[in-house]
Ligand binder design. Structure first.
Ligand code: HEM
Length: 194
């Protein structure tokens, strides 16, 4: 854990590994969510629809795996402290938002996976690695798991929007360098402190 006390004039960044995991998970969530949204709107059965379902599942599993690494890395190397200009309320809100994002990043793929198994379809990761099948077709679980997966994904999307809005507000309104913590480069002093 970094014990460094940040000077008010300095932005302490996440390390490059944490940054890479963060942006990979972010990209994965956006693409997987968009695929999920559009594929379920396609009527009937078509090759394109089947392909989209497969890619949705493969990318969703990838998001889950990268998120596990991300959480492991965060536990080993906790986030650097926020600038002192960030209020206690904002710090608490940010902490709880991170917990919510981590929880949904794991739960959304898990419920999608369990739903797929309940519908009787094993997942073959990128067409070459058969993933574990914990149970066979479970008709009574299909609809509840589908609904839970859909609602958790929409809840996650809302959390992602709020999280992004907060990050942008720090960059363009508070101008305190919080967004820079997740971007590569040298530390830069926030406005009014240099
Ligand atoms: C970050 C990961 C994921 C996100 C953001 C996500 C998001 C979504 C969204 C938004 C939908 C459309 C919900 C609706 O309006 O009905 C959906 C549907 C679906 N998801 Fe996911 N999902 C993820 C991971 C997974 C995984 C890992 C699997 C399975 C291995 C999966 C399987 C499915 C299936 C089969 C559907 C179609 C449900 C239906 O036919 O109505 N998802 N997902």
């Amino acid at each position: 854990m970094s014990k460094a006390d940040p000077k008010a004039s300095e932005v302490l960044r996440y390390d490059y590994v944490a940054q890479a995991f963060h942006w990979l998970v972010a990209l994965g969530i956006v693409v997987t969510f968009a695929l999920g949204f559009f594929m379920t709107g396609i009527h009937g059965i078509s090759l394109l629809k089947l392909k989209e379902y497969n890619w949705h599942k493969w990318l969703g599993v990838s998001v889950f795996l990268i998120a596990l690494f991300r959480i492991g890395w965060d536990l080993a190397k906790p986030a650097p402290p926020l600038p002192k200009s960030v209020s206690l309320v904002q710090q608490r809100a940010s902490k709880w938002m991170h917990y919510l994002l981590y929880a949904t990043t794991l739960l959304v793929p898990v419920t999608g996976y369990l739903y797929t198994l309940a519908a009787g379809y094993p997942v073959v990761y990128f067409g070459w690695l058969a993933l574990p099948v914990f149970y066979g077709k479970q008709p009574e679980l299909i609809e509840p798991l589908r609904v839970v997966h859909a609602w958790l994904s929409y809840g996650m999307a809302l959390a992602v929007v709020l999280h992004s809005a907060a990050a942008l507000s720090h960059q363009f309104y508070y101008r305190d360098g919080v967004l820079l913590r997740m971007l590569p480069g040298r530390a830069q002093p926030p406005r009014g402190t240099s």
